[in-house]
Design a protein around this ligand. Structure first.
Ligand code: NI
Length: 169
């Protein structure tokens, strides 16, 4: 089932999520829905708050659905290693139409649980490292615009407020 993507302004996006404790059929269904919703929106990552759920789980696929092995489920993830630097333009399905340069580590290793609850570690470099950081930020209630300069962030927020007034958000 494809869920609509929650947009900036909804408090769920800025609220830290709750730990996933039950690794059951419902969670597997949620993961399937999250992948489906992410591909439908042409995203490379989707965190549960983006479909309105305050759960500490995210899905990532930096291959855009081209490589099955690229499908990553991170439940209760934490970054256990980060090194290097990259500065690239970043966007977010919940803030459509806006992008900004964000500095992230070039190498990131996460420890997480999969949809069955098995603990694993995964290394990411470049775009995948960026996706790990961006999605784990979501689970902490943090959006990429909070990494931009105050000037740029306020400009984006002002434009969104205008769009909201005009019924375009
Ligand atoms: Ni995002």
């Amino acid at each position: 089932m494809i869920h609509p993507i929650v947009k900036f302004g909804d408090p769920v996006l800025e609220t830290p999520t709750k730990w996933v404790e039950k690794f059951d059929e419902d969670l597997q269904k949620l993961v399937d829905d999250m992948f489906e919703s992410m591909y439908a929106a042409s995203g490379v990552g989707l965190a549960a708050p983006q479909i309105g759920l305050g759960q500490r789980i995210t899905v990532i696929d930096v291959s855009n659905g081209k490589t099955p092995e690229a499908r990553i489920v991170l439940a209760n993830p934490e970054i256990i290693y980060a090194d290097g630097q990259q500065r690239e333009e970043e966007g977010c399905l919940s803030i459509p139409g806006f992008r900004g340069y964000v500095e992230r580590p070039q190498y990131v290793t996460v420890r997480a649980q999969d949809a069955q609850g098995n603990i694993f570690e995964r290394k990411g470099e470049g775009l995948l490292a960026r996706a790990f950081c961006h999605e784990i930020d979501h689970l902490n209630g943090v959006l990429f615009i909070s990494h931009l300069s105050m000037l740029k962030r306020d400009m984006i927020k002002r434009k969104i407020r205008k769009m909201k007034k005009a019924g375009e958000w």
